[in-house]
Design a protein around this ligand. Structure first.
Ligand SMILES: [Zn+2]
Length: 279
């Protein structure tokens, strides 16, 4: 009886241990299952989030592009505004600067003289007319020498440089041992604005020839001419006619012909400053 009871007790103990092991296994299995389900759900959520993000991406990119386009347009507009302001400022700055007109020779230096006609006088009369015409058109213009004063060439260029002149135009008359030679020549220097000086010289030469009907002789560079080489701004020197030529000399002595020369010089300056003018 005792032995049977002990066997039963042992058998019950074994059953209990088996049951316990089984319960533990079931728990472990449940935990594994729950963890697996959780992991699968987490992965699914992550994947759907990625899909949603991908689906959303074009919108984001588009929005980004739109923003870039808006920024670029804004930048362009402000750039245009700045360019507009810059050119307006440039025009205002140019309008405030003086155009120096130099009547060649003067005082004790008469220049060339033929039949009692002095170059310095013709130069001064044309230069005065050019200044008047420029002022009438709203430009600031000054003579490099006043009245019949003699001013050193270097001082004329220095005057223009000191006043930060916009342009410098020197007016002279020509002479030649051959009396039949006539016409207009314009010279430009090799100063720091030589390319612009050439453009200025070409326009003045063309407009003055057109205005007077005179012979167009030469447009050339001369590094020896002081006034157009020592000045820092675009500069040229025009020889508006030959005093050694009787016909041209007589024309140069008439206010009407000098007025046509002055008109040509001013038109050349205007076209230089505003390339659209008269185009
Ligand atoms: Zn001269």
């Amino acid at each position: 009886m005792y032995k049977r009871a002990r066997r039963r007790y042992r058998a019950r103990g074994r059953d209990e241990r088996r049951k316990k092991a089984l319960r533990t296994a079931v728990w472990i299995l449940m935990i594994v299952c729950i963890m697996t389900v959780c992991m699968v759900m987490a992965m699914k959520t992550k994947a759907s989030q990625a899909v949603a993000a991908e689906a959303k991406a074009p919108e984001t990119v588009l929005a980004g592009r739109k923003e870039s386009v808006i920024i670029a347009a804004r930048d362009t507009a402000s750039k245009l505004l700045r360019v507009g302001e810059a050119s307006k400022a440039r025009l205002e700055e140019e309008a405030a600067r003086v155009i120096v007109i130099d009547a060649g020779h003067g005082g004790m230096d008469g220049g060339c003289v033929f039949d009692g006609v002095l170059e310095k006088d013709i130069n001064r009369q044309i230069a005065g007319e050019v200044v008047r015409k420029l002022r009438d058109r709203g430009y600031k213009a000054e003579l490099a020498r006043q009245g019949d004063d003699y001013v050193e060439k270097i001082d004329r260029a220095a005057y223009a440089n000191r006043n930060n002149a916009l342009l410098y135009v020197s007016i002279h008359q020509n002479s030649c041992e051959y009396a039949e030679v006539s016409g207009i020549e314009t010279w430009y220097g090799a100063n720091r604005a030589s390319a612009e000086s050439r453009r200025l010289a070409a326009l003045i030469q063309q407009e003055t020839v057109d205005s007077t009907g005179a012979v167009s002789r030469e447009l050339a560079s001369d590094s020896e001419l002081c006034v157009i080489n020592k000045s820092h701004m675009p500069a040229c020197l025009i020889e508006t006619g030959f005093l050694s030529n009787k016909d041209e000399r007589e024309k140069l002595c008439t206010p009407a012909y000098r007025e046509r020369i002055a008109e040509g010089i001013v038109r050349g300056i205007e076209r230089y400053l505003d390339p659209d003018a008269g185009a």
